[in-house]
Ligand binder design. Structure first.
Ligand code: CTP
Length: 404
């Protein structure tokens, strides 16, 4: 089992991506995109059109990608003197970002008068295009016709987004932000192992109010749960994330419902549970809550204070005990004896799968070291960024999930 996980060091690890940059103000965002794709493990080869080079220099892309930047069809430096063929070898995808109205028109008509169009025409790999232009240009029937043609030709169109534009107008046409584009590329490469599945999740801490401004909570950042929600969405699942208070944006394609307390979290989970194939409980739910919440801010008296606590319902145990229970995945964060406690929790709550980690390994940080427990035993994953650990957890769960 370990073998499945070895060698994965980045989400797009080992993917060779040609990033085409055509002319448009959004070319400046392509610099951040180059770095973000590289951070995900991709080997990025930038192809800059003549118009693109008016906005950002080849030197910037060279420095950010670590690879030479291709600019001309007539580049004598390429082997055989045919740069679009040399460059096209072994490429996993071409991403054109920004794709100007002019470049989209060239693509739709199969033109090949410059290196980037020639590369696209001679490709043997998927083509992803992120349009970037002013609102009128985007709305123009010619552009709409060209985009429809590309869609029919199997080209993946990412965006455009809506908002303020460089020309001062507001509307549809701006290129998506580098993070969103990177997410789209990651989603493109993620096998749709959870297509057609509904996943309900909890994540983050809970907040058990003592009075209107104070409460009992814990140090959970929500990062692991949010990374798993993103990985499930990328794998094609419909994801509903019931989240405690965290400082994280909702992942792309995930429906987030805020729920501060354990009682509220339980109610929200039960409300969205019908039809769920999977329930993943990542939240660090407080085991106890104050027996009552003061309606006003409590004043100090100087004397010792007693706070009476009552147990909270165990959301995961309750869901797993239902006759129509979905496939349930639990989490256990322990300070010692991980194997014993984790396996005991898995059995006590009758879970087909549980993910355990030592508190010292990952409560708030960006990396985590986890062990998956299932009916076949324990499966340790190598220490990795939470996004990558999340992907491996989702792959494991997809393997165990009964066929629909
Ligand atoms: N869980 C839950 N509802 C609760 C408590 C826990 O859904 N009220 C879920 C968590 O999301 C996690 C798992 O159950 O998936 C954790 O199990 P648990 O035994 O409750 O962990 P701890 O609260 O850490 O238990 P202990 O204090 O005994 O270590």
């Amino acid at each position: 089992m370990m073998g499945d996980y070895i060698g994965v060091i980045g989400d797009l690890h080992g993917r060779k991506i040609a990033l085409g940059v055509s002319g448009g103000v959004a070319a400046y965002k392509a610099a951040a995109l180059t770095r973000e794709l590289g951070r995900m493990g991709a080997d990025v080869h930038v192809v800059l059109t003549e118009a693109g080079s008016r906005f950002v220099s080849a030197l910037t892309f060279h420095a950010l990608s670590g690879n030479r930047v291709w600019t001309s069809l007539w580049d004598g430096g390429a082997e055989n003197g045919i740069p679009h063929v040399v460059l096209g070898r072994g490429i996993d995808a071409i991403l054109v970002a920004p794709a100007s109205a002019d470049f989209i028109a060239r693509l739709a008509n199969g033109l090949a008068g410059d290196l980037l169009s020639a590369l696209c025409l001679a490709r043997d790999c998927p083509l992803l295009v992120a349009p970037a232009m002013n609102r009128q240009m985007w709305e123009n029937p010619a552009t709409q016709r060209n985009v429809a043609t590309l869609g029919n030709d199997g080209v993946v169109i990412i965006g455009p987004g809506e908002g303020e534009q460089a020309c001062g107008e507001t509307g549809l046409g701006r290129m998506l932000e580098p993070e969103a584009l990177c997410e789209a590329v990651r989603a493109f490469f993620t096998p749709k192992r959870l297509a057609g599945r509904k996943v309900v999740m909890t994540a983050g801490p809970t907040f058990e109010a003592i009075d209107p401004v104070r409460g009992i909570t814990n140090a959970s950042s929500g990062k692991m749960g949010y990374a798993i929600a993103a990985a499930c969405a990328r794998s094609g699942a419909e994801v509903v994330l019931v989240s405690g208070p965290v400082a994280l944006p909702a992942p792309a394609g995930v429906w987030r419902i805020g729920a501060a307390s354990a009682l509220r979290m339980r109610d929200e989970v039960l409300a969205v549970l019908p039809g769920a194939d999977v329930f993943i409980a990542v939240a660090a739910v407080a085991d106890y809550r104050p027996v009552e919440t003061a309606g006003h801010k409590l004043k100090k008296s100087g004397a010792a204070m007693q706070l009476e606590l009552v147990p909270n319902p165990d959301i995961l145990a309750e869901v797993a005990a239902r006759p129509d229970a979905p496939f349930c995945v639990g989490f256990a964060a322990e300070s010692h004896d991980l194997d014993m406690y984790a396996e005991n929790k898995r059995r006590a709550k009758r879970l087909p799968m549980l993910v355990g980690n030592l508190l010292a390994d990952g409560l708030c940080g960006d990396d985590n070291t986890v062990v998956i427990y299932d009916d076949e035993g324990r499966h340790p994953l190598p220490r990795a960024p939470k996004a990558l650990v999340a992907r491996q957890i989702v792959e494991h769960l997809a393997r165990l999930l009964p066929t629909a």
